[in-house]
Design a protein around this ligand. Structure first.
Ligand code: ZN
Length: 426
């Protein structure tokens, strides 16, 4: 027992002396050399080792001009460009974009590294401090955050969002969700909204854009409109919006294959065609728009034809299901290939005047059970029902999301201040 005690005692003494020693050392160290601050890095370079100059691309700036300002010779610039022109496009420097030059920390202050930032998400480094010049582009990882926003509209949806420092692009996203149920040009004062959406960030704090709307509530004229985003087809990435009863927000067909434009000629069994000089049935609906205007697929489907043929000119035909197909004629350019899957609203070509036409337009042919019918009369008005197999899962999914929406509070209304004149003084 005694010996063990002795060992223990010695051990404790030893331990104590080590502790004292180290404490002593620490003290001495602290007095003799001040603590060195952690080096600060920018784009992976220790900022203490360079003279770091931040600037933006000015009018007339090229890589060569910028490098000349930082004491590189024409020959040196030429060699840098020659050895990296395959990895960095020197013509991409854009006015106003930020760049950083790391210069040598000596009397020469010569450029050693050039960093160009075309966007908050990415930057390119051209490193010529050593004998070998290296160029590389780094794309920062994107974080997705789930965010919420609510508002009571007193002016416009845009302004209501802007007042809260929310990207007004959310207004466009919302108007797309409610494209078929709410006319966003006729929003009423005191209409309300609640929205749960994704926002993308880099470096934790810099927003780079709004992602999908997950769910939203819009009260228009006192009527509630719920919408929940749901992926019904993971293969084609079909993300659709449904209401609280699993009814799709969007209809199966868009009203028009072009976003803006007018109907210049309707479907008719006997139309006078000037180029033929006689009456001839017109089996489509013509939408006139300038050459080059994008033509959209009016519904989801598979391209069954994308070709050039006689009177049709450049045309595309899309099969939507066993009943419906649509066809688009006289394109200046086709943008899809046979066999390709397209979603409603996808650009499939551009307005032109190929084939038999007298002016730029798209002749929109609506096929029902193999016959060309009047699109204005036969386009189904109902939305596509959610497949029964998915309905139970959907309703279960939206239950907590709807509760979350309902629980979101509205901000206080900021009414414009009205000056009250005192009747006693006027
Ligand atoms: Zn036509």
């Amino acid at each position: 027992m005694r010996s063990i005690f002795m060992v223990k005692k010695n051990y404790i003494l030893l331990l104590l002396s080590i502790l004292l020693l180290s404490a002593c050392n620490k003290k001495v160290k602290k007095e003799e050399e001040p603590e060195v601050p952690e080096p600060v890095y920018a784009f992976g370079y220790n900022m203490d080792k360079y003279i770091v100059k931040n600037d933006t691309v000015k009018s007339g700036d090229t890589f060569g001009v910028i490098m000349d300002r930082h004491h590189l010779t024409v020959n040196e610039v030429y060699n840098i460009i020659e050895s990296t022109k395959d990895t960095f496009d020197y013509k991409q420097l854009r006015l106003g974009k930020p760049y950083t030059v790391f210069c040598s920390k000596d009397s020469l202050e010569k450029a050693q590294v050039f960093v160009y930032q075309p966007s908050v998400r990415s930057y390119s480094i051209i490193d010529f401090k050593d004998s070998v010049t290296v160029a590389r582009t780094i794309v920062k990882p994107l974080d997705t955050l789930r965010k919420t926003a609510t508002g009571i509209i007193t002016s416009s949806l845009f302004e209501t969002l802007e007042e809260q420092n929310i990207d007004p692009y959310l207004a466009i996203k919302l108007s797309q969700v409610y494209e078929w149920s709410i006319d966003f040009y006729r929003i009423q004062k005191y209409d309300k909204f609640k929205v749960i959406y994704d926002e993308f960030f880099v470096d934790d704090t810099v927003s780079v854009g709004i992602g999908n709307i997950q769910a939203s509530y819009f009260e228009h004229w006192g009527n509630p409109h719920y919408a929940f985003g749901y992926e019904i087809d993971s293969i084609h990435g079909n993300w659709q919006f449904y209401d609280e009863k699993a009814k799709e927000m969007k209809r199966m067909f868009l009203k028009s294959p072009i976003e803006f434009g007018r109907i210049s000629s309707r479907y008719s069994m006997s139309r006078y065609v000037s180029i033929y000089g006689r009456r001839k049935p017109h089996l489509g609906t013509d939408f006139a728009a300038p050459v080059g205007t994008p033509i959209r697929s009016t519904a989801n489907g598979v391209v069954t034809a994308s070709a050039y043929r006689g009177g049709n000119g450049n045309y595309v035909k899309i099969k939507h299901n066993k009943t419906y197909s649509t066809q688009y004629l006289h394109m200046s350019k086709r943008a899809v290939k046979k066999g390709q899957y397209v979603k409603q609203g996808d650009i499939i070509g551009y307005i032109g005047m190929t084939g038999n036409t007298t002016g730029p337009h798209v002749c929109y042919r609506f096929w029902k059970n193999g016959r060309q019918v009047d699109a204005l009369k036969h386009t189904p008005k109902d939305s596509e029902p959610m497949p029964q197999a998915l309905k139970a899962g959907y309703l279960k999914y939206i239950e907590p999301v709807k509760m979350e929406l309902d629980a979101l509070p509205y901000p206080e209304i900021k009414e414009p201040e009205i000056e009250v004149t005192d009747p006693m003084t006027s």
